[in-house]
Design a binder for this molecule. Structure first.
Ligand code: ADP
Ligand code: ASP
Ligand code: MG
Length: 422
C-alpha cells in the first residue's frame, strides 16, 4: 500500500437476518467486495446468523433455568464466531483478502458485567496493522474481553455498538448499519405497515426510541455515536434504497422540528416484566433499600410507581418494570429486603407492554398526553403505569392490547405514510 495515500476505511455492519443463511452470506460478501473494489478497506462487523443467539440461550435454559452469566456469555459469543468465520471464507472465495477477528482480537476491552458489559476501550491497532495486508477485517459483534481475559457480551442487539465503537476508534465519520428494513421508521414497519421512513433523526430521539424498544439500533450504539460524533446510516441489506441518517439536528432544524413534528416516533417494548411489591411498611428508607438491592444485583428498573392503596392501611405498594431476563434476579433481590423490614410480598407480571411516544418537543407541547391516553383507551386498553420526560411519554398496558394500541397511537399523531391515508 502507498503510505502517503492510505486507503479510506469504511465501517459497516450486517445484522443476523442479513447473514441468516449461506446464500445471504454470499450476498453480503459480494456487496462488501464492491466496496473494496471502490478502493476502501472495510471494518465489517457481523452478528450471529439468523436467530442463532436465541437458540443458544434456549439451549442453555434447557440445561438450567438460570444459567451462570459468565458461562452464558461463553456460549452466546460462539454465535458470532460462526458467522465471522463463514463471512471471511466467503470473501476469500471471491478473491478478497479477509480475516476474522473475535472481539478480543479486534481490541475490544470491556468491564466484567457479563451479559451487559460496557466497552472500556477499543484498541484500533490490530485492525490498522491488519489493513496493511488485508482488505476486510470481519469482526465479531456483541463481544469483548474483560481485564481478566474473560469473554463478555454487550447486551442483546449489541453488534450495532461494536460497529459504532469501531468507527469511533478508527476515526471514521460514518457507520453503515445494514439491516432487514431500509431505515428508521416512525414505528416498527413490520408491526405497522403504513409507518413512514425518516430521512434523518436526531441522536437524542433515536436514543430514546432505541431505549424504549425500537430494536433497529442498540441504545448504546446511539449513545456512542453521539458521544464520538459518528453519523449512523441505517440502510437495507437487500436493496439500494436511501436509508436514514442518525445525526445531530442543526439548531435551526431542531427549532423547526419543535413545531412541525412534536412526535417523531412510537416504540413498543414487550421485553419488560412488571414487578409488584405489596404490603410494605410505609416508612422512610424502604424504597432506598429495595433499589439498593436491585442495583447490587445488576438490575435497573424503568417505570416506577408507588402509592398507598387505602388510607386506613399504612402499607405501601410499589411497581416497576425490569428487562424480562432479569425478572427472577429482581424478585430474588427484593425478597430478603422485605423479610428484613418486616413485611410485604413481591411478584412478577410478564403480561405487560410498554408503549411510548418520543419527540424532542414533547415536554414543551401541551395536550400530547391526553391525545395518547385517548387513543390507548379507545382500543379498550387499561393504562397501568405512566412515566414522562422532556422527550417521551410511556404507558404500561396489558400485553394483549399492545398491537392495537400501537396502531391507534401511531394513527392519532398522524404518523402514517401520506399515500396510505385515504
Ligand atoms: P439486525 O439483525 O439487522 O440487527 P434487528 O432485528 O435487530 O436487525 O433490527 C431490525 C428490526 O427492528 C426491523 O426488522 C424492525 O422490525 C425493528 N424495528 C423496530 N422499530 C423500528 C423502527 N422504528 N424503524 C425500523 N425498524 C424497527
Ligand atoms: N447476536 C446478538 C443478538 O442476537 C447480537 C446482535 O445481533 O446484535 O442479540
Ligand atoms: Mg439488531
Amino acid at each position: 500500500m502507498d503510505v502517503t495515500h492510505p486507503r479510506p476505511v469504511r465501517v459497516v455492519k450486517f445484522g443476523g437476518t442479513s447473514v441468516g443463511d449461506i446464500d445471504r452470506i454470499r450476498k453480503v460478501a459480494a456487496r462488501v467486495q464492491r466496496i473494496v473494489d471502490e478502493g476502501a478497506a472495510v471494518a465489517l462487523t457481523v452478528s450471529a446468523m439468523g436467530r442463532s443467539t436465541d437458540a443458544l440461550v434456549a439451549t442453555a435454559r434447557e440445561v438450567t433455568p438460570r444459567p451462570d452469566r459468565r458461562e452464558l456469555d461463553m456460549l452466546m459469543a460462539t454465535g458470532e464466531q460462526v458467522s465471522i468465520a463463514l463471512v471471511a471464507m466467503a470473501l476469500t472465495h471471491l478473491g478478497v483478502r479477509a480475516r476474522s477477528f473475535t472481539g478480543g482480537q479486534a481490541g475490544f476491552r470491556t468491564d466484567s458485567l457479563h451479559g451487559n458489559a460496557r466497552i472500556v476501550q477499543v484498541d484500533a491497532e490490530p485492525l490498522r496493522r491488519a489493513f496493511q495486508e488485508i482488505d476486510v477485517a470481519v469482526v465479531a459483534g456483541f463481544q469483548g474481553v474483560d481485564d481478566h481475559g474473560q469473554i463478555t457480551t454487550l447486551g442483546r442487539g449489541g453488534s450495532d455498538t461494536t460497529a459504532v465503537a469501531l468507527a469511533a476508534a478508527l476515526g471514521v465519520e460514518e457507520c453503515e448499519i445494514y439491516t432487514d428494513t431500509d431505515g428508521v421508521y416512525t414505528t416498527d414497519p413490520h408491526q405497522v405497515p403504513d409507518a413512514s421512513k425518516l430521512e434523518t433523526i436526531d441522536y437524542d430521539e433515536m436514543l430514546e426510541l432505541a431505549a424504549l424498544g425500537a430494536r433497529v439500533l442498540h441504545p448504546r450504539s446511539v449513545w456512542y455515536a453521539r458521544r464520538y460524533g459518528v453519523r449512523i446510516h441505517v440502510r437495507s441489506s437487500f436493496t439500494n434504497a436511501p436509508g436514514t441518517i442518525v445525526t445531530r439536528a442543526p439548531r435551526g432544524q431542531e427549532a423547526a422540528m419543535q413545531t412541525d413534528r412534536p412526535v417523531t416516533g412510537v416504540a413498543l417494548d414487550t421485553e419488560h416484566t412488571r414487578i409488584n411489591v405489596v404490603g410494605v411498611p410505609d416508612q422512610p428508607g424502604v424504597a432506598a433499600a429495595i433499589f439498593a438491592a436491585l442495583g447490587e444485583a445488576g438490575v435497573s428498573a424503568d417505570m416506577i410507581i408507588q402509592g398507598v392503596p387505602g388510607a386506613l392501611d399504612s402499607r405501601q405498594q410499589m411497581s416497576f418494570t425490569v428487562p424480562r431476563d432479569l425478572a427472577d434476579d429482581a424478585v430474588d433481590a427484593v425478597r430478603p429486603v422485605l423479610e428484613a423490614i418486616g413485611g410485604g410480598s413481591v411478584s412478577a407480571d410478564p403480561d405487560v407492554a410498554k408503549l411510548s411516544i418520543v419527540g424532542i418537543a414533547i415536554g414543551s407541547t401541551p395536550g400530547l398526553a391526553g391525545r395518547m391516553f385517548a387513543a390507548v383507551s379507545a382500543v379498550g386498553a387499561n393504562i397501568e403505569m405512566i412515566a414522562t420526560s422532556e422527550v417521551r411519554i410511556s404507558v404500561v398496558i396489558p400485553r394483549s392490547h399492545a398491537h392495537d394500541a400501537l396502531q391507534a397511537v401511531h394513527d392519532a399523531f398522524g404518523l402514517a405514510r401520506p399515500t396510505a391515508t385515504p
